[in-house]
Write a protein that binds this ligand. Structure first.
Ligand SMILES: *[C@@H]1O[C@H](CO)[C@@H](O)[C@H](O)[C@H]1NC(C)=O
Ligand SMILES: *[C@@H]1O[C@H](CO)[C@@H](O)[C@H](O)[C@H]1NC(C)=O
Length: 379
């Protein structure tokens, strides 16, 4: 190729890029989105301050205008990724005109009002992150119209109401609705989920098989700090891909633990519930289990010695129950590398030379009452 031809082609390509004219309806949607934001909350250094419509949003290069906050492919806007500038206002429903959007990330700002329902009709949207704003209102059933969605994170907002049944038809792999004010039961969940996080809400009801049916890829479940009740069912820990479970700070009253044939379960936190009954040895049959907390429940009876012989176990918190008898001596043999606590129980002769026993046991009066006067915890 001759130098002249090369420069001609270069000129042609740069001028083509410079003249990209954003689709008119995308430009008007961007204008509407900016004007729904309180101008006094758009600092001069921010992305939105550089949105000056005297130039074309998608044309390159961006030297002074449209420096950040959006990306384009050709003449269409494909991403809205705002900086954490503290923008306050509402999200304009004109966002739905940006039909080629793949990603919306407005996290760590001060957007308020409802999530516009029109947004749920974006056919190509894969990632919707509205984390740490002040969005309110309910999650409408129309959310099922997000046919390409994979990641949905609306954690740390003020959403209310119950979760719609239509959630299950979504192609989501990651759902985070933690730190809202959502109520009601857990509906049937999307079957491609890898990560489910709805901690710190007001969810109630049981863990039902219908909700978790067919979730063969589910690895992480974070449902702590809700008002879930009933017995934690045995199938829950037998889910085929499950690795981490946090159900702490709920109102569960019982637990069923079945032995797995194979399992990748690594960490289980069920502390601060109301689980009564004996501590089953069956958790020790989970081959990878490394961290287990059942602290501050109402467990009675002995600590099965299987837990003290389990090589994978690194952290064990059983404090704050009514566990009785002698703790398994293997915990204190010097070979065990378990940390955690067995304190605040009704154990006999827990050696305070071990950090597991640093927190003292319950007063014998409380233990005698818990066992109807049949146990003398302190020898
Ligand atoms: C937009 O840019 C033009 C020149 O590029 C400038 O004259 C104008 O003041 C800018 N408007 C705002 C609102 O910054
Ligand atoms: C332990 O698991 C077995 C087999 O899965 C089950 O039959 C048994 O009831 C469980 N025992 C306890 C105490 O949870």
């Amino acid at each position: 190729m001759s130098t002249t031809v090369f420069f001609f082609l270069l000129l042609l390509s740069t001028s083509a890029a410079a003249t990209t004219t954003t689709l008119a309806s995308d430009v008007s949607a961007l204008k509407a989105i900016k004007s729904a934001i309180n101008p006094t909350t758009i600092p001069s250094y921010s992305c939105l301050a550089s949105w000056n419509f005297t130039s074309d949003p998608c044309s390159n290069p961006h030297l002074t205008h449209f420096l950040c906050g959006l990306s384009c492919s050709g003449n269409r806007v494909t991403q809205l990724t705002f900086d954490r500038a503290g923008y306050s206002g509402t999200l304009s429903s004109f966002v739905s005109k940006l039909t080629q959007l793949l990603t919306i990330d407005l996290s760590d700002n001060k957007f308020s009002g409802p999530i516009p329902t029109a947004l749920f009709f974006l056919p190509n949207l894969q990632t919707l992150i509205l984390r740490s704003n002040s969005f309110s209102g309910t999650i409408p059933p129309a959310i099922s119209s997000l046919t390409s969605i994979q990641t949905l994170d609306v954690s740390h907002n003020s959403l209310t109401g119950s979760l719609p049944d239509t959630l299950s038809s979504l192609t989501l792999t990651r759902l985070d609705l933690s730190f809202n004010k959502l109520t009601g039961p857990i509906p049937k969940l999307p079957k491609n989920l890898l990560e489910l996080a709805i901690k710190s809400n007001l969810l109630s009801g049981y863990l039902s098989k219908t909700s978790f049916n067919e979730l063969t890829q589910l690895e992480v479940v974070e449902l702590s700090d809700n008002s879930l009740t009933g017995t934690i069912p045995g199938w829950f820990f037998l889910q085929p891909s499950i690795q981490q479970v946090n159900l702490a700070n709920n109102g569960f009253t019982g637990i069923e633990i079945l032995k797995p044939t194979d399992s990748n379960l690594i960490a289980v936190d069920i502390g601060f519930n109301k689980i009564a009954g004996y501590l089953s040895a069956n958790f020790s049959a989970y081959p990878m289990l490394s961290s287990l907390s059942l602290r501050y429940n109402k467990l009675h009876g002995p600590i099965p010695s299987e837990y003290s012989q389990k090589a994978t176990l690194r952290r064990l918190f059983l404090d704050g129950n009514y566990l009785s008898g002698l703790p398994p001596k293997e915990f204190f043999s010097g070979k065990s590398s378990v940390s955690g606590s067995l304190g605040d129980n009704c154990l006999r002769s827990c050696p305070t030379s071990s950090q597991l026993c640093l927190k003292s046991q319950k007063p014998s009066s409380i233990c005698q009452r818990a066992y109807g006067g049949k146990v003398k915890p302190k020898s």
